[in-house]
Design a binder for this molecule. Structure first.
Ligand code: PLP
Length: 320
């Protein structure tokens, strides 16, 4: 367990660093936390575009972004959807790269009946307050590649040989290298555990709420997300015509007492993203997602009555 998904991604950056510094490939449409830990540990971000349906990294563009300096790929399971992990795995294996999943949104979601979080060599999860299950702040690092277990153990044991020492394999319990302190308290665990145990029921309630929005918007003037297999209903968004319409929509909904936040500003256009990284290929869908998407309220316990109020307000906006 970790204090956040950001902290789990920091461990991924430290593990990657043990293979040497270089470049890491990211989708540009993501949270700063996906990229920041890698840049802080000396990696150069290389951004590529997303795929228009899943809004996840467009795997077909990753090959073009590869260089002799590439060390890894970080894929984001945006909204509980997933990129083409089969192709990503082939690319990473063929080029000796680590595949890391930013699974902040993906708890309870599936791809071909396998849980998201099980595709990368490592996967970082979030239990922050807006996630499907939450303990206000919290995260986890899933280590799927057994070859990374001991490096992760050492790094998460504050850079000590604690586990080797406890196994009787080291004479002294001592500091041996880089590491991090990753507090996750029993208070947080006590809040999270019952939700983890009820993950299927929570995911199914979330998907029902997602489907309720989708029935209202699938044949509407405004475009909603594609109804892709396996999602955990983490995000329901609408795609407005342009930024002007999006801003007018957010203001209108706020006037009705409904918060409809936009999502990520493209990282390759951000001040730091431009200073530290580069974008490969063309930006067909990233800026569009950054300027046109808005998220509708969706949380554990949302009622259909509340959703109907949101739907009515959206309809009023488009009819006015
Ligand atoms: C894609 C993505 N990655 C990482 C994070 C950071 O998660 P945390 O707040 O648990 O560090 C977020 C936050 O929402 C996110 O959207």
């Amino acid at each position: 367990m970790t204090p956040s998904c950001t902290a789990a991604l920091e461990v991924c950056a430290l593990v990657l660093k043990t293979r040497g510094l270089g470049e890491v490939i990211f989708p540009s449409f993501t949270h700063v936390s996906t990229v920041l830990p890698f840049v802080q540990h000396g990696f150069k971000p290389v951004f590529v575009d997303i795929q228009p349906e899943s809004r996840c990294i467009d795997t077909s563009l990753v090959a073009e972004a590869l260089s002799t300096e590439t060390r890894g790929v970080v894929a984001v399971n945006y909204g509980g959807w997933s990129p083409d992990y089969e192709l990503l795995r082939q690319l990473c294996d063929a080029n000796d790269l680590l595949l890391i999943e930013d699974n902040a949104h993906g708890m309870g979601a599936l791809r071909a009946e396998k849980p998201l979080g099980s595709f990368g060599d490592m996967a970082a999860c979030s239990f922050e307050r807006q996630k499907n299950i939450s303990c206000q702040e919290g995260g986890a690092l899933i280590v799927n590649n057994p070859k990374l277990q001991s490096a992760v153990q050492e790094l998460t044991d504050l850079g000590t040989n604690k586990s080797a020492f406890l196994a009787g394999e080291a004479v002294h319990y001592q500091w041996v290298g880089s590491g991090a302190k990753l507090p996750f308290t029993e208070w947080q665990a006590a809040v999270l555990l019952p939700q983890l145990e009820s993950l299927d029921a929570i995911t199914s309630a979330r998907k029902s709420a997602w489907n309720h929005y989708h029935r209202a918007f699938e044949n509407h003037a405004v475009e909603g997300p594609a109804n892709l297999e396996g999602s955990n209903g983490h995000v329901y968004y609408l795609k407005l015509k342009d930024q002007t319409e999006r801003d007018a929509f957010i203001a209108y909904m706020a006037g009705q007492g409904i918060e409809t936040p936009f999502h990520y500003y493209p990282q390759h256009l951000s001040t730091a993203g431009q200073a530290y990284g580069r974008f490969v290929g063309s930006d067909q869908y990233t800026s569009e997602a950054g300027t046109q998407l808005v998220r509708l309220p969706l949380f554990q316990g949302i009622t259909t009555e509340l959703q109907d109020e949101v739907i009515a307000a959206v309809n009023q906006f488009f009819n006015s």
